[in-house]
Design a protein around this ligand. Structure first.
Ligand code: ZN
Ligand code: ZN
Length: 187
């Protein structure tokens, strides 16, 4: 069975060197749908609580929200960083509070202080799915990711190969046999 949740991300990007309007800087509200597959945890009669999926995903993905996403070879990148630097916001600002945990994968690097994500490939909806899977595959049993942005949408299915031990009282993943939320111990 699957538990399914949605996350909204507002971001600016462009398709550098793409022959179309999208080569100009513009913004979107993107919607990511995450489908997590596992057995049903009998104690709570759920695969995984959807708000917990959101919490785990949002921790990392909030780096993409109200953020600028640029490809590593885009000349806008040094130009914008120079403006941020001059304005004194490149390394953070008191109003920049909603920062995700910094990450660096093969496909993307997050700079939470500057609300910037630098990508290896163009951040199309397909590209975003590849980036998100890299970031979340070890944290969640992902069976399917769907990302929509304007009229664009892409989806990819995966085959989860493990099962996660979950708390029979609140459904969250146990850490070394202990529930991080309610303290339940598996014996
Ligand atoms: Zn776009
Ligand atoms: Zn618990």
């Amino acid at each position: 069975m699957r538990s399914i949740t949605k996350i909204e991300l507002q971001y600016a990007h462009r398709f550098y060197k793409f022959q179309g309007e999208a080569q100009y800087l513009h913004g979107h509200t993107g919607v990511l749908t995450i489908e997590v597959e596992d057995s049903i945890e009998a104690g709570v009669n759920m695969v995984f609580p959807c708000n917990e999926i959101q919490k785990v995903a949002w921790n990392v993905l909030k780096n993409f929200d109200h953020a600028l996403i640029l490809r590593q070879d885009d000349p806008l990148l040094p130009a914008i960083l120079a403006v941020y630097e001059k304005q004194g916001i490149k390394d953070g600002a008191p109003s920049n509070k909603m920062k995700g945990e910094a990450f660096r994968t093969e496909l993307a690097t997050a700079y939470p202080e500057a609300r910037l994500v630098v990508t290896k490939e163009t951040m199309t909806v397909e590209g975003m799915i590849k980036i998100v899977y890299e970031l979340l595959k070890d944290k969640l049993n992902i069976a399917k990711l769907t990302f929509t942005s304007g009229v664009n949408a892409a989806t990819q299915e995966y085959t989860p190969t493990r099962t996660v031990d979950r708390c029979p009282l609140c459904g969250v993943a146990l850490v070394d046999g202990v529930c991080p939320k309610c303290g339940y111990k598996k014996h």
